[in-house]
Design a protein around this ligand. Structure first.
Ligand SMILES: *[C@@H]1O[C@H](CO)[C@@H](O)[C@H](O)[C@H]1NC(C)=O
Ligand SMILES: *[C@@H]1O[C@H](CO)[C@@H](O)[C@H](O)[C@H]1NC(C)=O
Ligand SMILES: *[C@@H]1O[C@H](CO)[C@@H](O)[C@H](O)[C@H]1NC(C)=O
Length: 420
């Protein structure tokens, strides 16, 4: 512990009116200095050996253990998103014994291990018994107005007969549902549909661009909130690349082929008429592509074939990557699964300037997704998905396998305006 720091900041607090230039906000200054030295300081703030919940009572819990409704080692976190003082968590039902698919906890900002997750908005909304409830969630995003767009679209496990859907929950009103949209079978199937990620574009009545990662019909689904309608585009750039499939994480070679998965949107431009780019990449693949939001919003154009010329090739990564995210300054963050690393690239620069800012085989095991709060922090979730996919989640619970790390960047998410 550096004991001199608190006293300096205390001094600054008292004398700030005298030392205006010297006493800049200390955490901003530290982050700035670290960036200057080329060191990005991530710290693990939450981790789990296994995920557990705030059960209503001991009877419910005991019953769930006995009847297998809850098998601690089978619960994996696939996404984290932030709003006010809360962290929201997606828990896909990939294996038996996952009682909850969307949950919340307080983002205390202090290190915590095995923090209990609270079903969100309620236990009832996490029940498999009725299709109005959330069935199997892989991803969500929170817009600037505190509405969470929840993708209830994991239909690769035959765990539910309910169609894949998008559900909008108002976080300011206890998670009240403000919109349900069921995806028709030809956009995402009840049998094999797999909605993995989304970004929100708040202009023109609100749009979501959603990755559909199914084996049989991958593509990008565009949902217009204003029209309450969806359409889908398909292209070979959205398929897995077989040449990238044999990567190794923790000694195990991957054997699956997963299609388009990561998606990121460039920040709100200063000039509202300027186009924005939607970046996308298959999970099994090393190439990244992009397409203009103006093209995707044009449903009529999407029926033809000419739009395909608008697909831009962005570049080739050092390895395979799960999801990615862009901040309001245009910095894209993405993980490299086979190198246990996080990369950063500014989208206003050539792709070759992308660099790995951290890698660590202990901390970044399957960097799966990113989120940002409104205090200038970026979060990365490393969820050891490789362990779960091996179908042998560690039975002993003496090691944390799911981690959320935080990096102060001083920026906000792509939902906010770019300063250029
Ligand atoms: C310094 O900046 C951090 C991050 O933006 C913020 O959380 C904190 O409140 C600021 N402290 C002061 C004294 O302004
Ligand atoms: C899970 O959490 C409940 C409290 O909600 C607690 O009673 C129970 O012992 C916990 N189970 C495990 C395996 O940690
Ligand atoms: C799910 O059900 C469909 C239709 O009955 C079947 O074709 C498919 O193999 C099943 N998938 C799994 C993963 O069990």
């Amino acid at each position: 512990m550096d004991v001199s720091k608190p006293s300096v900041s205390n001094l600054c607090r008292y004398l700030s009116f005298l030392f205006v230039a010297y006493c800049v906000n200390e955490s901003n200054e530290n982050a700035r200095l670290q960036r200057k030295r080329g060191v990005e300081r991530f710290e693990v703030i939450y981790d789990w050996n296994y995920v557990n919940f705030t059960w209503l009572n001991a009877d419910d819990y005991n019953l769930a253990i006995i009847n297998g409704k809850y098998i601690p080692a089978n619960n994996v976190i696939s996404n984290v998103k932030f709003y006010r003082d809360k962290m929201y968590v997606a828990l896909p039902r990939l294996f038996k014994g996952t009682p909850v698919t969307l949950a919340v906890m307080t983002n205390s900002g202090k290190y915590e291990n095995n923090k209990l997750l609270k079903p969100y908005p309620s236990w009832k909304m996490n029940s498999l018994d009725h299709c109005a409830a959330l069935q199997n969630v892989y991803s969500m995003e929170i817009d600037k107005y505190g509405v969470m767009w929840v993708l209830d679209g994991v239909r690769i496990t035959n765990g539910t007969k309910c169609p894949p859907k998008l559900v909008l929950l108002d976080l300011k009103r206890q998670g009240n549902v403000v919109r349900y949209f069921d995806f028709p079978e030809h956009l995402s199937s009840v049998y094999g549909g797999f909605l993995t990620d989304l970004v929100i574009d708040e202009a023109d009545g609100g749009f979501a661009y959603i990755t559909e990662s199914s084996d049989h019909d991958p593509g990008i689904i565009v949902y217009s909130k204003h029209l309450d309608k969806a359409w889908k585009i398909r292209d070979r750039s959205m398929f897995a690349e077989i040449t990238a499939s044999n990567f190794v994480v923790e000694g195990n070679q991957n054997s699956k082929l997963q299609n388009i998965n990561g998606i990121a949107l460039s920040p709100v431009p200063k000039n509202p008429n300027q186009e924005r780019l939607i970046y996308y990449t298959p999970l099994i693949g090393v190439n990244m592509f992009a397409i203009s939001n103006k093209l995707l919003k044009n449903q009529v154009l999407m029926r033809g074939d000419v739009w395909r010329r608008g697909i831009k090739y962005i570049g080739k990564r050092e390895g395979v990557s799960d999801r990615m995210m862009i901040d309001n300054e245009g910095n894209m963050y993405y993980g490299i699964l086979n190198l246990y690393g996080i990369c950063k690239w500014n989208i206003f620069e050539p792709f070759i300037t992308s660099k790995m800012i951290i890698h660590d085989q202990m901390e970044y095991i399957w960097p799966a997704s990113f989120g940002m709060d409104n205090s200038g922090n970026l979060y990365v979730l490393s969820n050891s998905l490789n362990k779960f996919l091996q179908s042998k989640p560690p039975k002993s619970s003496d090691k944390s396998i799911i981690k959320v790390s935080r990096l102060y960047t001083g920026t906000r998410s792509y939902l906010y305006k770019n300063s250029r």
